[in-house]
Ligand binder design. Structure first.
Ligand code: GLV
Ligand code: GLV
Length: 320
């Protein structure tokens, strides 16, 4: 019997081709995310499931699929949507897509950082509103990055890629994280390891590159924002719930920090309405990995993980 592979949302055709070599592929081609009942319905009888970051992958999903399920391949580097212990203890392999989205995400983090520090969104809104303007020396002045300190929370692959870009812009690097980076990485980036409190107190830009876990949920809360300099910017391209969005809106409105650049939101796809009213916020709809090249590479890696497991080989990038 052919193995059944369910893909919960449209993926690039090249990934579907990889999957077709190992089974019968069912791609759910609806417009939005599947609801939980729809998801459970769709995966019935699946040997492999290719999931998106908005799909909840837990014991219930495994039960809905049935005992033949072998692998869940999440098309994302983050896997906070997956209850990894619950899934793996039922004998199901979980994989993610590290590596292939590092540069795209770091580029977007830097783009958003430039957008907020140089007031690009504000300027664009002004022009599109057909408002009158003329060049003058005090017009829409932003903040330069040279000589400023970038404080990175989580110096993993993406954090390091952001740090490299920041070095090219003449910034100094500080970082905090569960683990100390290697001496080679610290030396290359001239990166100083600091406790979070010290990093918040001293950084001109705080950029989040940690996974969402119970330890990092609301890591940036009202107290953390209060610890930041009033001239500092916050950049979040990790996961929305790492930041208390209401506290952030409050801090921005009261000028307790200078601005924020956000690609992810606490209750995605909803965005805290107060943030949309503020000019000192640059926002994007979760576009971190959204290049043709990167999304193709992510989907292909997920497909190759599925193919490996269904062929009885080791997964390429397992988690847990
Ligand atoms: C995207 O947000 C990812 O985790 O890959
Ligand atoms: C600015 O446009 C300049 O020419 O200095």
């Amino acid at each position: 019997m052919e193995k059944r592979i369910v893909v919960t949302r449209t993926v690039p055709e090249s990934a579907v081709e990889v999957l077709r070599e190992v089974g019968e592929v069912h791609v759910c081609s609806q417009d939005g995310p599947l609801s939980v009942p729809e998801l459970h319905d769709a995966v019935r009888g699946a040997h492999a499931i290719v999931t998106m970051l908005h799909d909840r992958v837990d014991a219930e999903l495994v039960a809905a699929a049935g005992p033949q399920l072998q692998v869940v391949a999440n098309v994302a580097v983050g896997y906070d949507n997956v209850d990894v212990p619950a899934v793996t203890e039922r004998g199901v392999t979980v994989t993610n897509t590290p590596g292939v989205l590092v540069d795209a995400t770091a580029d977007l983090a830097f783009g958003l950082l430039l957008a907020v520090t140089r007031r690009l969104g504000e300027g664009e809104r002004l022009l599109r509103a057909r408002e009158p303007w003329t060049f003058h020396l005090g017009f829409k002045l932003g903040t330069g990055l040279q000589g400023k300190t970038l404080g990175i929370v989580g110096l993993g692959d993406i954090g390091q890629a952001v740090a490299r870009r920041a070095r090219a812009f003449g910034m100094n690097i500080a970082y905090t994280g569960r683990r100390r980076a290697s001496v080679e990485v610290e030396t290359e980036l001239d990166a100083r390891h600091l406790p979070l409190a010290e990093l918040l107190r001293t950084a001109d830009v705080v950029s989040l590159h940690c996974p969402l876990t119970e330890q990092t949920r609301h890591l940036i809360d009202a107290a953390a924002l209060a610890a930041m300099k009033p001239t500092a910017f916050l950049v979040n391209t990790s996961r929305g719930p790492v930041v208390d969005e209401k506290a952030l809106a409050e801090a921005l409105r009261e000028g307790r920090i200078a601005g924020a650049a956000l690609d992810v939101f606490e209750h995605e796809p909803a965005v805290e309405p107060a943030l949309l009213e503020l000019d000192n916020v640059a926002i994007a709809p979760h576009l971190g990995s959204a290049t043709v090249e990167t999304r193709t590479a992510m989907a292909e890696l997920a497909a190759r993980n599925v193919a490996a497991v269904l062929r009885g080989a080791e997964p390429i990038t397992p988690v847990g």
